[in-house]
Design a protein around this ligand. Structure first.
Ligand code: DX5
Ligand code: ZN
Length: 219
């Protein structure tokens, strides 16, 4: 069954625990946690203390997406904060193999992400070592952007690579996921769909998540 991961980037930061409980009650599978450093992406969010604080309020898995430079320096802090998945960008990390293994050594699932302009072949040598591949379908930094259509081809090629080389790897898609395109993205091969604004800027989170499941035929 396709997993739905609401991104708290579009949630009310003044009420993060309440927002997480609301989507958890509505049937979310994971919480997608967007960490931005103002360098790798032109926006800032939060770091380990905030994650540790919300971790105390729920048991739902945290899918932590690090949009930060040299993430390998901070893996210990994000693991200790209670991450279940830690995903780093290939564009931000010179020593990707070392960083992936330092995530796994801490008992956390390791993800690697590609920006829209980064070719899929950048992860060919690491695909067997990771737990999750995150294909960005917008340029990272902001919620509410439009899905970049030609990433569908990349999702299909990523699916084929995973099926051939590393069937244990989960394929996640992040950016511009809406009720209109969610089925197309799943059909291209996604296992996990991140959705920020389409859930947290809707009037009724529960209704939106149920609609997503109905469209996916997964309810
Ligand atoms: C973008 C983030 C996304 C973002 C998606 O840089 O990585 O996770 O929250 O937001 P929507 O779903 O609104 O495109
Ligand atoms: Zn994200």
């Amino acid at each position: 069954m396709t997993k739905i991961a609401p991104s708290i980037l579009s949630a009310d930061f003044g009420n993060l625990a309440g927002e997480i409980h609301a989507v958890e009650a509505a049937g979310a599978d994971l919480i997608h946690v967007d960490v931005m450093d103002g360098k790798f992406v032109p926006n800032l969010t939060f770091g380990p203390p905030v994650i540790a604080s919300i971790r105390k309020t729920t048991d739902i898995p945290f899918d932590v997406h690090l949009m930060i430079e040299t993430p390998g320096r901070y893996i210990g802090e994000y693991a200790d904060a209670g991450s279940d998945f830690i995903t780093v960008h290939v564009e931000a990390e010179r020593h990707l193999h070392r960083t992936v293994h330092s995530i796994k050594e801490r008992g956390v699932k390791a993800g690697v992400s590609l920006n829209p302009a980064t070719p899929l072949d950048q992860i060919e040598e690491i695909i067997g070592d990771i737990d999750l591949l995150l294909i960005m379908s917008v340029n990272p930094g902001f919620g509410g952007q439009t899905f970049i259509e030609n990433t569908l081809r990349k999702i299909e090629r990523a699916r084929a690579l995973i099926d051939k080389e590393a069937p244990h790897v989960l394929l996640e898609v992040d950016g511009g996921v809406t009720l209109e395109n969610i089925a197309t993205i799943r059909d291209a091969g996604a296992d996990i769909l991140v959705a920020g604004s389409s859930i947290f800027r809707s009037n009724d989170y529960g209704h939106t998540i149920r609609e997503m499941r109905r469209i996916l035929g997964d309810q």
